[in-house]
Design a protein around this ligand. Structure first.
Ligand SMILES: *Cc1c(COP(=O)(O)O)cnc(C)c1O
Length: 225
């Protein structure tokens, strides 16, 4: 690691505070391959992107042992760009999308890991299932027939607010939902074990409420932070 590698230093200082069992995903959206390589040289191997075409280009250009996470809103016509290599798609917001991903998984002879995105924040614009919609979709059991997707857990974003009590309450609600769904639908499935929650400004609160995967962008890559 070069002495001036600030990105790797920031990753190390965040990683050093994380309890065991929490995975740091470096969210590299909007940042060039060179910035990702600085993180890589510091040992980081899991990265998150929110645009399918950008992700395809970065995957082609960068080392093949990187695990790529897709964290943005995914349109069906963009699945093809990421299906051959994606490690985990965090943003499933409809059964239809899950079916489409299954189709691409079959084409690529692989199983694609997926998280169900839960809409919990107050903002209207955020995507995702409501908790009720999510449980209803799982209760229908149709997803069990999909052979090329693996539902690995849940993902959420808290409201964009300074009110830490509200953020904590939202993360706590998703954690309860996660445990309920685990009990009800995945009791015998060890693969359902991921709760993706927490970003630069709220990840310590998310970890207090069961997060296993935090998605950190600006605290790592923004030069001015
Ligand atoms: C951009 C983004 C992040 C990272 O946010 P920061 O506040 O920059 O850490 C995490 N999750 C999702 C879904 C994002 O779009």
């Amino acid at each position: 690691m070069k002495p001036e590698n600030r990105i790797a230093e920031r990753i190390k200082s965040i990683s050093d505070t994380l309890p065991g069992g929490v995975t740091l995903i470096a969210v590299s959206k909007y940042h060039p391959a060179e910035a990702i390589m600085q993180a890589y040289e510091g040992g980081q191997r899991e990265f998150g992107e929110s645009k399918a075409q950008d992700l395809k280009a970065k995957h082609a250009a960068l080392p093949k042992d990187i695990k790529w996470h897709f964290i943005g809103h995914l349109q069906s016509n963009k699945i093809k760009y990421i299906a051959p290599f994606i490690h985990l798609i965090h943003s499933i917001d409809s059964y239809r999308l899950l079916q489409e991903i299954d189709r691409h998984g079959e084409k690529n002879s692989r199983k694609i890991g997926c998280l169900l995105q839960i809409h919990i924040a107050q903002e209207e614009s955020k995507f995702g299932f409501t908790p009720e919609e999510c449980v209803a979709m799982l209760d229908e059991e149709q997803w069990r027939a999909l052979q090329h997707v693996e539902i690995r857990g849940l993902m959420c974003m808290a409201s964009n607010t300074d009110d830490e009590r509200q953020i904590a309450e939202e993360f706590a609600r998703v954690h309860e939902l996660f445990k309920e769904i685990k009990r009800r639908h995945f009791a015998n499935d060890d693969r359902f074990c991921i709760l993706s929650a927490g970003m630069s400004d709220d990840y310590p609160i998310a970890i207090e409420h069961g997060s296993t995967h935090i998605r950190i962008g600006s605290s790592i890559f923004n030069v001015n932070r």
